[in-house]
Write a protein that binds this ligand. Structure first.
Ligand code: SDX
Length: 428
C-alpha cells in the first residue's frame, strides 16, 4: 500500500502521495499543494526539497555512498578513464569499445578553438581569474557554434557535448598560458584526454612535457571524482538555466559561475591557501579550528562539511589515498599533506565538528593532488569544472528530454510593505 502524507490545515485535510526512490528514499509529492490549499512550502536553500527525479547519480550522505548510474565510484579507481565515465553519465550505461573509441575520436576532432576565440585572450588582463575566462568563453563558444542553439536530434546533442567536453581543456590551458606569458600549446591529437590537457598546460617549445602514467591516472581520477554529484549548487543552476530552454553553452557557463563560489567549487583554493598559511607559520592548525568554531568569525574550515554527506565524503577518502601514491611516484613529499592530515585529526577529535557531522569533503585533498601535478592554485576550480562538465551535460540532457519538465520558477513568502502609494519627488 503506497504511503500517503496527511496534511491538516484549519478544517481542511488533504492527502499527498509519497514517492519512493530506488534506494527507498521517500518524498512527499506537493505538486498539487497550492492548487488544493492555496499554500506553498518554505525551504529557502532547498535542504529538504527534491527539485527533480533523476537516474544519474545516487548519494547516501549518512553512509558516505556515491554511485554513477548505480556504479560505486570506488570501482572507477583501478584504471580511471574519465572519458568512459563521462559517456556513462551522459548516455546512461557503460560504452562498448567502439562507442568509446568513436566518442574519443569526436573529442580529438573538436579539441581546437576557433582562432577568433583564441585571439580574445590577447585582450584579457593577464591576471584575469580563470573561472571568469572559462564562464565567458563557454558563452562565447556559442557564437561560433550557433547551429547548436536548438538541438534537433541525438547527433547534434552528441556533437555539442563532445565540443564542450573537448574544448573546455583548451580554454583552461590557454588561460593558464596567457596569464604566464607563455606561448599557447595546441592540442596534440595523439594524446588521450588528460594527457592532452597536461601537454597544453605545461609543454614548452624546446622541451616535451613528460606525462607519467601515474600522473595521467591521477588526473583521470580527479576528473572522475568531480564528474557529477546530484543536485548540487552548480548543477541546479545548469538545470534552472536549461529549464528556460537556454542552450547548453549558456547553461554550462552559468554552472561555472555558481561553481566559482568559495562555499562550492572554490573551496579547493581556500583549502590550499589555509594550509599554506599554516605552513608559513601565519596560522596554527589549532587557530583554524578555533576561528572555525567562533560564530563571530566568518572563517570556515574549508574542505570540511557538506550539505548531504554527514559522513566522510567517499571522494575525499579516495583522494587522500591517491596523494600517497602520487607522492611515492614523484619521490617527494608535500608538507601541506602532513598539515592537512593533522588538521583532519584535530577536527575529527573535536566535538564541534563531530556533533555537526563535519567531515573532509572532496575539496580537502584535491588541491594537494593538483598541486603535486604542478597545476597552479588559480586553476584548481577550473579543474573542478572540467571534471563536472559531463555531469552538467548529463543532467541538462535528462531535464531536456523529460516531457513533464517546466521552467523553474519557485514561489516566495512576501514580507515587504503592504500596498502603499507613490510619493511625488517634491513631497518626499
Ligand atoms: C562542494 O552540494 C554538493 O554536492 C557540493 C559538492 C559537489 O560535488 O558539487 O560536494 C562540492 O561544494 C563541497 C563543499 C565545499 N565547501 C567547503 O568546503 C566550504 C566549507 N564548508 C561549509 O561552508 C559548509 O559545510 C557547506 C557550504 C559545504 C555546507 O553548508 P550547509 O549545508 O549550509 O551547512 P551549514 O552552513 O548550515 O552548517 C551547519 C553547521 C553550522 O553551525 P551551527 O549553526 O549548527 O552552529 O555546521 C557549521 C555551520 O556553522 N559548519 C562549519 C563548517 N561547515 C558547516 N563550521 C566551520 N567550518 C565549516 N567548514
Amino acid at each position: 500500500m503506497a504511503d500517503k502524507a496527511i496534511l491538516i490545515i484549519g478544517d481542511q485535510r488533504i492527502e499527498l502521495p509519497v514517492l519512493v526512490g530506488t534506494e527507498g528514499e521517500r518524498a512527499v509529492d506537493i505538486t498539487t499543494l497550492r492548487e488544493q490549499t492555496g499554500l506553498v512550502t518554505y525551504d529557502p536553500s532547498f535542504g529538504n526539497t527534491a527539485a527533480c527525479k533523476s537516474d544519474i547519480t545516487f548519494i547516501d550522505g549518512e553512509k558516505g555512498i556515491l554511485r554513477y548510474r548505480g556504479i560505486p565510484i570506488e570501482q572507477f579507481t583501478e584504471k580511471p578513464n574519465f572519458v568512459e565515465v563521462a559517456w556513462l553519465l551522459i548516455f546512461g550505461r557503460l560504452p562498448k569499445k567502439d562507442e568509446l573509441d568513436l566518442f574519443s575520436q569526436r573529442l580529438t576532432e573538436n579539441e581546437l578553438l576557433h582562432e577568433g576565440l583564441r585571439h580574445q585572450y590577447s585582450h584579457i588582463p593577464v591576471d584575469a581569474p580563470p573561472m571568469a575566462i572559462l564562464s565567458a568563453t563557454l558563452n562565447n563558444l556559442a557564437c561560433f557554434h550557433q547551429q547548436f542553439f536548438k538541438l534537433v536530434d541525438d547527433e547534434s546533442f552528441v556533437e555539442v557535448a563532445a565540443r564542450l567536453i573537448s574544448k573546455v581543456r583548451t580554454i583552461a590551458a590557454f588561460s593558464h598560458r596567457r596569464s604566464n606569458g607563455l606561448p599557447f600549446n595546441y592540442p596534440d591529437p595523439n594524446l588521450r584526454y588528460c594527457a592532452n590537457f597536461l601537454h597544453m598546460m605545461f609543454s614548452i617549445p624546446y622541451k616535451q612535457y613528460i606525462i607519467t602514467p601515474e600522473i595521467e591516472d591521477a588526473l583521470n581520477l580527479i576528473f572522475i571524482l568531480h564528474a557529477d554529484h546530484e543536485q548540487n549548487c552548480s548543477t541546479s543552476t545548469v538545470r534552472t538555466v536549461g529549464s528556460a530552454r537556454a542552450n547548453l553553452f549558456a547553461s554550462c557557463a552559468a554552472g561555472v559561475s555558481a561553481l566559482w563560489g568559495p562555499l562550492h567549487g572554490g573551496a579547493n583554493v581556500e583549502v590550499i591557501e589555509m594550509l599554506e598559511r599554516i605552513h608559513h607559520g601565519g596560522l596554527a592548525p589549532e587557530d583554524c579550528l578555533r576561528m572555525a568554531k567562533d560564530k563571530s568569525n566568518p572563517f570556515r574550515l574549508f574542505g570540511f562539511g557538506h550539505r548531504v554527506y554527514k559522513n566522510y565524503d567517499p571522494r575525499a577518502k579516495i583522494l587522500r589515498e591517491s596523494c600517497d601514491r602520487v607522492f611515492a611516484t614523484l619521490r617527494r613529499q608535500d608538507p601541506l599533506l602532513d598539515i592537512a592530515r593533522k588538521l583532519e585529526e584535530l577536527a575529527l577529535a573535536d566535538s564541534y565538528f563531530v556533533d555537526r557531522k563535519l567531515y573532509p569533503n572532496v575539496d580537502f585533498y584535491s588541491g594537494i593532488l593538483l598541486r603535486a601535478m604542478g597545476i597552479p592554485t588559480n586553476v584548481f576550480t577550473v579543474c573542478f569544472a572540467i571534471g563536472r562538465l559531463p555531469g552538467w551535460i548529463a543532467q541538462w540532457k535528462e531535464q531536456h528530454e523529460d516531457p513533464t519538465s517546466r521552467i523553474t520558477r519557485p514561489r516566495q513568502v512576501y514580507t515587504g510593505p503592504p500596498q502603499t502609494d507613490y510619493v511625488p519627488m517634491d513631497q518626499r
